[in-house]
Write a protein that binds this ligand. Structure first.
Ligand code: RP5
Length: 161
């Protein structure tokens, strides 16, 4: 069974990670959610990232301000790491975005938008679907429904404007 670790730098990041956790659970993926900080509890992060505390297929790391959590995890694993920059400071999340996305060559972090929790979850699902035909089919269905929702939004549109 696929297993994703959703890590956040502080409990204050919880709202930003909820959409990621929810979509993963909706698709039946095992999710472990933990608060751990690259700066405040680096030993804990290292243990989770290096496989000492479980074997995770994909990591999602949410952090704000000097957001080094995703990059720090990526330093200890060759599994995919998805960075989720959190809008948690006076700089509207731009600080988090740049801290997460600007990784040195050789140690990538796949960074989604500021507070892009849903996309972080979907991207993790797409990674897991590479080796899982059932998940691949479920994602195709999800996309088809999303497309239908856009088409349906045209119904009665002219009456509303
Ligand atoms: C980061 O600093 C966390 O990821 C959080 O977004 C931000 C603020 O943390 P708290 O001071 O609210 O714990 O490390």
């Amino acid at each position: 069974m696929a297993n994703v670790l959703v890590a956040m730098g502080s409990k204050s990041d919880l709202d930003a990670v909820k959409p990621a956790v929810q979509i993963l659970k909706t698709f039946g993926v095992d999710v472990t959610v933990k608060v751990m900080s690259a700066h405040r509890t680096p030993d804990v992060v290292r243990d989770y990232a290096s496989g000492k505390n479980g074997d995770f297929d994909v990591f999602i790391a949410a952090a704000g301000k000097a957001a080094h959590l995703a990059g720090f995890i990526a330093a200890f694993t060759t599994r995919p790491v998805i960075g989720l920059p959190v809008k948690s400071s006076t700089m509207d999340g731009l600080d988090s975005l740049l801290s997460t996305v600007q990784m040195p060559s050789g140690v990538p972090v796949a960074t989604v938008a500021i507070n892009g929790g849903l996309n972080a979850g979907i991207l993790a699902l797409q990674m897991l679907a590479i080796g899982d035909d059932k998940l691949k089919a479920a994602l195709k269905e999800y996309r088809a429904k999303a497309a239908q929702d856009v088409i349906n939004s045209n119904i009665n549109l002219s009456e509303e404007i």
